[in-house]
Write a protein that binds this ligand. Structure first.
Ligand code: ACO
Length: 319
């Protein structure tokens, strides 16, 4: 049986670092409130001349370098994003052109904060079935452009960034299992309801969120996803070396870890520094822990995320 194996990771945050203290000067909020309710202290914002593809490109180049793979060797590029540069072509195609690859399959996946998990899972299936040999999987978002800076209940939460992995076919694991779900019945709990038609934005182009509902749903569903993944692999939570959760809110992360009986020492946390970077959050956290040496070859990693839709899922990886 073929597996897909992560052979390189990369991450990129834009230079502009926005602290809570600076936010306090133009939003009716406080560092104390933001830290207590979310754990976020800083986030990074793309410059006006930077789009999602720019962040994706930097992350992708770092992942390719770590994997020692040339972009021309890729036969699959999947990019999870909610903030594509254009309506079409896909940001994956724009990235492909930047990287100088010609001919690989390339497409975007829209699953909001679960976008990277969806993209990784799809790439895994392509590789497992022998349809692809080497894939670039990216999560990148300029989510700060979907927040209304006059809405303090949402604008303090988000930041911009990109994360990427290179996957390769392998006889040994690799990605062990992927578990994805969605329930569109929750479409209005977290949404940007507007649409572009006839050359204009119709409706609202900013994030609308029922924060408490998202919070409750996230904690329950993330625990369920982890339980489902462990059961499918006949494993106990104690076997997991690192949980790499979507970085939305430290209270969601700690509540989930508590429900799972998982000590926080085994959880990779970047939300304090990165804020919620949507599809970039999981691959960015993964890259941070790989590069600082916490994640070692052979470690068992559990990636999990939940996002608008709702979409959610978990992936078990032997690194
Ligand atoms: N600064 C100061 N006060 C604020 C702010 C702010 N930035 N935002 C809201 N408040 C006020 C409210 O107006 C309210 O005031 P009131 O009591 O006078 O009416 C008070 O704080 C409490 O508001 P709540 O919404 O009840 O605060 P809560 O404790 O629920 O925290 C939060 C809000 C942080 C959004 C929380 O619900 C949450 O984290 N939810 C999850 C949302 C999330 O993570 N979304 C990310 C996208 S989804 C995803 O990635 C999974």
């Amino acid at each position: 049986m073929n597996y897909s194996r992560i052979i390189g990771t990369g991450g990129y945050l834009p230079e502009r670092r926005l602290t809570n203290t600076e936010l306090e000067t133009w939003v009716d909020t406080s560092d104390k409130w933001i830290v207590e309710r979310t754990g976020i202290r800083t986030r990074y914002l793309a410059n006006n001349d930077q789009d999602t593809c720019d962040l994706a490109e930097q992350a992708a180049r770092r992942a390719l370098e770590a994997a020692r793979v040339d972009a021309s060797e890729l036969d699959l590029i999947i990019l999870g994003t909610t903030t594509p540069d254009r309506i079409f072509p896909s940001t994956a195609c724009l990235l492909q052109a930047r990287l100088g690859n010609h001919g690989a399959m390339a497409f975007d996946v829209q699953a909001v904060c679960s976008g990277f998990l969806y993209a990784l899972s799809i790439a895994d299936k392509f590789i497992k079935t022998g349809t692809a040999q080497r894939a670039l999987v990216v999560g990148a978002d300029t989510y700060s452009r979907l927040v209304n800076w006059n809405d303090r209940s949402t604008c303090v939460l988000f930041g911009d960034g990109g994360g990427a992995v290179v996957l390769e076919t392998s006889v040994s694991p690799g990605i062990l299992s992927t578990h994805l779900h969605a329930d569109g019945a929750y479409k209005d709990v977290l949404t940007v309801p507007g649409t572009v038609a006839q050359g204009r934005l119709n409706g609202d182009g900013f994030t609308k969120m029922q924060g408490n509902e998202v919070f409750k749903f996230a904690v329950n569903i993330l625990k369920e996803s982890v339980d489902e993944t462990l059961a499918a692999n006949q494993l106990d939570i104690k076997s997991i070396d690192w949980l790499i959760p979507h970085q939305a809110n430290i209270r969601i992360i700690t509540a989930t870890a508590k429900k799972l009986n998982l000590p926080m020492e085994k959880v990779v946390v970047t939300v304090s520094e990165h804020g919620n970077t949507s599809a970039a959050s999981v691959p960015l956290a993964l890259d941070v822990a790989v590069r600082d040496g916490r994640i070692k070859p052979g470690n068992l990693l559990l990636l999990e995320a939940v996002g608008g839709g709702f979409t959610w899922g978990a992936i078990l990886v032997k690194y």
